[in-house]
Design a protein around this ligand. Sequence first.
Ligand code: 3PG
Ligand code: CO
Length: 655
Amino acid sequence: GFSWKLEDHPKLPKGKILAMVVLDGWGEANPNKYNCIHGAPDKWRLVRAHGKAVGLPTEDDMGNSEVGHNALGAGRIFAQGGSPKGRLAPNIVESQESSRACHLDPVLTPTPLRHHRCFWPRLSNDDYSRRPLNATCVVLPRIVQFVIEDLGLSSLRRCPLLSFLMGIGLSLQISVRAGSTPLLASFIYFAPPNLAKLVDLALDSGKIYDGEGFSYIKESFATGTLHLIGLLSDGGVHSRLDQLQLLLKGASERGAKRIRVHILTDGRDVLDGSSVGFVEILENDLSKLREKGVDAQIASGGGRMYVTMDRYENDWGVVKRGWDAQVLGEAPHKFKSAVEAVKKLREGANDQYLPPFVIVDESGKAVGPVVDGDAVVTLNFRADRMVMLAKALEYEDFDKFDRVRFPKIRYAGMLEYDGELKLPSKYLVSPPEIERTSGEYLVHNGVSTFACSETVKFGHVTFFWNGNRSGYFNSDMEEYVEIPSDSGITFNVKPKMKALEISEKARDAILSRKYLQVRVNLPNSDMVGHTGDIDATVVACKAADEAVKMILDAIEQVGGIYVVTADHGNAEDMVKRNKKGEPQLDKNGQIQILTSHTLEPVPLAIGGPGLAPGVRFRKDVPDGGLANVAATVMNLHGLVAPTDYETTLIEVVDN
Ligand code: 3PG
Ligand code: CO
C-alpha cells in the first residue's frame, strides 16, 4: 500500500538545516541595459521555468508564479493553463563568466542549459536522453512545430485533422513508452501530454456545459442576467480572451439571453496599452451576439491591480472598488462605451491601474448591476487573484467591507480556487489534483518547516507550493509567517519592499535551529519588474540580493545548506523584443517596456558548509526544469524522492 515514508538517501545525511530561497521573477539573460539583475553569480546551473517544463502547453508560454511554485513544490509536471502566443525567446543563454558582484558562491560545478526550443514533448527525462537522433524523429516534428508555433498558428491545433493525428500520436505514445522505435517517435510530437489546457479541453469538447457548475448557473438564464467577471487579455496567466469568447458563444446558445461582461484590463501579463485592442475585440463579439437577439454588453471595468484582482488579502479596498462597480453599478467614472472609457482613462493611468468605471445607458443608469436571480461566473482560472472576490460573492457572513447589497445569485468560478476552503462551491472546470507534494512528504519524514514571505507572495510559498492547498499539513511541524506588504502603492515607489524583514525572519528561524527547512520567497524582482520601472527594478534586485546574503550568512553559522532558485524570469529582461532579440519600438519610435514575465531559464544554486563533499550537478539532465528541484531538495534532506517525481539534479561522487 501507499506509504509516506521515504527511503534514506544512501550517501547524504539527514538533519542538515536547509534554506530554500525563491527569487520571484529572477531569470538569467545576457547582461544588457534592460537586464536589471546585477547580482547574478558566475557559477550555477540553469533550469527551465517556462513552457512544457512547468506544464504549460507550448514553449512560447512564459512562466508564472503559480506553475513555477507548483512545480517546485510538487516535483512533478501537471498540465496547466497558458497562452497560445507567448513571447519568443530572445537569447541563447549559455554558461557565462560574469564579473558582476554577487553574494552567492555556489560550490557546485555549473551545467549550462542550452536555451533552445525543445523538439520533443515531455515524457520523462529518460525518454529524452535515450531517444536516438534519427532523421525521421527530428525533421517532421520540427516542420510541424515551425508551422504551428513559429508562424503563430497555434489555432491550427484545433483543426480536426490535427486532432485526429494527435489521437494517433497518443496511442503511439503509449507503445513508445513500452518500447520505442525511432519511427514511432516521430508521431509523438502531435501529442504532447499537456497540449490541451484544462479549460480549453472542457470548452472544446463541450463538457463544460454538461457539468454541475454550468447546470447550476443555467437555471438563472430564463429570468436573470449572466454576468462574466474576469481579466481581459490573452496573457494566459490568469485567464484568456479566447476562453471568454467561447463561453459567451456557448452560454448564449444554451439560453443566456442577457449577458453583462465586467472587464479587468491587464497590461501586466501583456504589453501596457493592449487593453484597447482587447476591448474592441470583445465589443465586436458582443455586437454580433446582439444581432442574434442576445442582450449582451460590457457593464463595468477597471485595471486589474486597482480593481478586484488583489491577492492574499493585501488590500480589500481593491475588491470593494470592483464590487461597487460590478455589483452595485456605482463608479466614479461613467461612460456610454467601454472602448471610449479605456481610451479616456488611459490618459491618467496604465492598463493595470485604470480606475473603475461603469457603462450607463441614455438615461445615465448603469447597464449591468448584479441583482437577485442573476448568475455570476468569474472567468479567471488562476486562483490567487480571484479568491477574495469569490468570498465576497459567496459568503453569507462577510465583514471585509460593506457590500451594501448582497444579491441572491447563482455563482460559479471557472475553477475551484481553494480546495481546502471548497471555494467557490460551484465551478465550471475541475482543477488538476496536485497531491503528495514535497511539503507533505517532508513533514511526514520529520522535516520541520518554516515558510515566509510578504503578503503579495505569501501564498506562493505556502498555497501554490503545497499544490494549491491552504493551511498546514501538520501544525506541530510547520510555521508559516506572513509579513504584511505595503498596500495602496505601486511597488516601484518602495522597491525594497519587505526583503529585509523576510530575511530577518528567515535568519532567526535558521539560527533557532527549530526547523530543518526554512523557505522564503523574495518578491522584489517580480513585483517591481511588473511595474516596468527599470531603475526601481535594479534597486529591487539589489534588495533581494542583500536578503539572500543575510540568509546565507545564517546558513554558514549553523553549518547548513542553501538552495537558491527562482520561479520564472521577469527582471532580467524589461524590453519587448522582436524575433531577432532586438528591442522592439512602438509606432512612435519608443522602446516598448516589458512588464510581463519572460521565457528565460532561472538559476539554481546549491551550496553551504553542510553540503556533503562529492555532491555535483548531474550532467545527464540537461533539460532540467523547476520540477526537478523537489527531488533535489529531498536528497539534500537525506531522503530519496518518490519514484514518480521528476529526477534529482544532483549526484554524489566518491572523492
Ligand atoms: C500577477 O498576478 O501579478 C501576474 O499576472 C503574474 O505574476 P506572478 O505569476 O509572478 O504572481
Ligand atoms: Co509576476
